[in-house]
Unconditional design. Structure first.
Length: 242
């Protein structure tokens, strides 16, 4: 049973994301531009050698893992891309005890090839540091083939999960036959339970950090803005939005 989720990466992520156990992995002063740092951060997390057996289970699709960040930035420059979204970070998590590290990585690479292989550069990294083996995907937001953007929408998420299920059946792995759309998605539940990054817990960390550094609401607004978040304090809405 593999579950999938994906979200966009904007601006700097070294502030709200501190999942890499080695803090040097998320603070790289060599890169000062926000888009470069965001991509470095997410790639360092995805390919952390402490989670991937010295990076043995790291594969590049349409790029070399050792130069992937530069190759993706060259693609962006070649198509004059100026989008806020620098890349997409996704994962595929397997049922405990159902796959070996080799199988998990093989399935992840095939999923990346079927989902993005004809148009996008992707890093696939298999993490072995939790009970449930899981793959991370770092996908360039811009296609090397035509300069078009990948869209993180419901249709593409359904397609990602459909192709993941197809691969699971090919490998005789279980799938969720009738997923419920009413409760929190199982992928998010599993990710939060195991301490992996999701939209929700990344935002929560950012909010906690902003609160710790703020004395007024204006301070809070400014702190979140510096971390790349947009907030809405509209008094006519029932809840604030981030």
């Amino acid at each position: 049973m593999a579950v999938c989720e994906i979200w966009d990466v904007r601006g700097r992520l070294d502030h709200p994301i501190d999942y890499a156990e080695n803090p040097e992995k998320t603070a790289n002063p060599k890169y000062t531009e926000a888009d470069l740092q965001a991509m470095v951060d997410v790639m360092e997390y995805a390919t952390n050698k402490n989670k991937t057996e010295q990076r043995f289970f790291v594969t590049g699709v349409n790029c070399d893992p050792t130069t992937a960040r530069d190759e993706m930035m060259i693609t962006k420059a070649g198509w004059s891309d100026t989008s806020e979204i620098v890349c997409y970070h996704g994962f595929q998590s397997f049922k405990h005890g159902e796959v070996t590290p080799e199988q998990a990585h093989e399935v992840g690479v095939k999923l990346a090839e079927r989902m993005w292989g004809d148009r996008f550069q992707v890093i696939v990294a298999t993490h072995l540091n939790t009970d449930c083996l899981h793959n991370h995907f770092v996908v360039n937001s811009v296609s090397f083939a035509d300069g078009m953007h990948y869209h993180d929408n419901k249709a593409n998420l359904r397609l990602l999960r459909q192709r993941s299920d197809e691969l699971c059946r090919e490998y005789a792995l279980s799938v969720i036959e009738h997923p419920s759309g009413k409760k929190k998605p199982y992928a998010l539940y599993q990710a939060e339970k195991q301490g992996r990054p999701t939209r929700d817990n990344v935002a929560r960390q950012a909010v906690d950090e902003a609160i710790s550094k703020s004395f007024t609401l204006k301070d809070f607004d400014r702190q979140l803005a510096e971390m790349g978040y947009r907030i809405n304090f509209d008094p006519n809405r029932k809840y604030w939005t981030i």
